[in-house]
Design a protein around this ligand. Structure first.
Ligand code: NAD
Length: 368
């Protein structure tokens, strides 16, 4: 089995998730090339060295450019804060590396455009970390939509809510600074948009409103919050599908809600990431005494669930979605069909996000 050298920049929440995925992907899928965890970067040499031991990397550095300059590294995982994505991804592509970069693509649309152009020029694989599209439940929903199991889709409603900024006393952090982006729109909104992109189609027009529930947060006597934790958006998608996107990072009680309802001429499909191993379908049969939603637990029938567990209903977890994503990244590198959101598709998502922000400021419907 061939090997491919892995570089990793950033070792926080997502850095560990990528490291777990690179470590697991060959054991889970049994296909090559086998990732060889080579070179990892953090903000300090000491932290990098510690993480290299924990994650199983051979080399470590306090300077991310060392990872990109390493001739043995074939693909670079970029899991640093949003404001670094563009510079690191463009440098990695220029050095001839494949790139797997966390979402959102970049803070500004200009940077996202530069990233997409760099990917196109490099002819390397450049993938964004849209893990939720990898869920076997989501894949099955896509297959059902393709066979028109709920008829012709006419409306979608999608919500993403968490409560890590629900406490008014939560201190000012990077998530509240404009250097991270708009707030809920690009921190959260890109994930539902990746699902819509994969399942329904591209967003063509938006009308958005953003809100700051807590304009000040504690930090040395109080600091003005620069991002919006709530956003509500009306959508028009291709093919005349209308939609509603609701985002809230200050939604008490919501831990990882990414709730999708797809309405069609012959039924409805419902999914929520907080119950990521199931989805429900309602088919309008006319049997009014017995009709209702059917809930399907995922199992080996839903690819690639069976690669992880042979028993249905036992469930995958969040980190497993990254293992599937790593497999798709390797497939794309091998020139095989892959279920990915590359930088070109990611730019479409970024255009939608920036159109939403523009709409908030003008109060007008805005084309994407
Ligand atoms: N796909 C998902 O579901 C998902 C979930 C959470 C976060 N994210 C994205 O992942 C990215 C990272 O988020 P996180 O939650 O892991 O953040 P984090 O703060 O937990 O980790 C970021 C790491 O990057 C390191 N870092 C910062 N600057 C660096 C530099 N110049 N060189 C090397 N390392 C550097 C930090 O020290 C930290 O360890 C963000 O873009 C975020 O939007 C994606």
């Amino acid at each position: 089995m061939d090997a491919i050298g892995i570089g990793l920049i950033g070792t926080g929440y997502m850095g560990k998730c990528h490291a777990l995925a690179w470590n697991a992907v060959t054991a889970v899928f049994g296909t090559g090339p086998r990732p060889s965890l080579l070179h990892l970067a953090e903000v300090s040499p000491a932290l990098a060295a510690q993480r290299a031991v924990e994650f199983g990397f051979v080399r470590s550095t306090g300077n991310w450019r060392d990872v990109i300059a390493d001739p043995d590294v074939g693909v670079v995982s970029i899991t640093t804060p949003n404001k670094f994505h563009a510079e690191m991804a463009i440098a990695a592509l220029a050095a001839g590396k494949h790139v797997w970069c966390e979402k959102p693509m970049a803070v500004t649309l200009a940077d996202a455009e530069r990233m997409a152009a760099a990917a196109q020029t490099s002819a390397r694989v450049a993938v964004l970390g849209y893990n939720y599209i990898q869920n076997p439940a989501i894949r099955q929903i896509g297959a059902l939509l393709a066979e028109e199991a709920i008829g012709v889709v006419n409306h979608v409603r999608i919500e993403m809510d968490e409560d890590f900024l629900a406490d008014p006393q939560a201190p000012f952090s990077a998530k509240s600074a404009a250097s991270s982006g708009y707030g809920a729109l690009d921190d959260f909104g890109v994930h539902p948009l990746s699902l819509l992109h994969s399942l329904v189609g591209r967003v063509e027009r938006v009308l958005a409103q953003m809100a700051k529930p807590f304009p000040q947060r504690p930090l040395r006597g109080g600091r003005t919050v620069e991002t919006w934790d709530i956003a509500s958006i009306l959508l028009e998608l291709e093919g005349g599908v209308t939609g509603l996107l609701a985002l809230n990072r200050s939604a008490w009680g919501r831990k990882g809600r990414l709730a999708l309802q797809i309405f069609g001429s012959g039924g409805t499909i419902v999914y929520d990431q907080e119950r990521m191993n199931e989805f429900s379908i309602y088919r309008a049969t006319g049997a009014t005494h017995t009709d209702g939603f059917t809930t399907i637990l995922t199992g080996p029938a839903h690819e690639p669930y069976g690669r992880f567990v042979p028993a249905p209903g036992h469930g995958l977890g969040f980190n497993d979605l990254k293992v599937i994503e790593a497999h798709e990244v390797l497939a794309a590198i091998a020139g095989q069909p892959a279920r990915i959101i590359d930088f070109a598709a990611g730019l479409e998502i970024e255009r939608a996000v920036h159109a939403m922000a523009h709409s908030h400021h003008t109060g007008q419907w805005t084309p994407v």
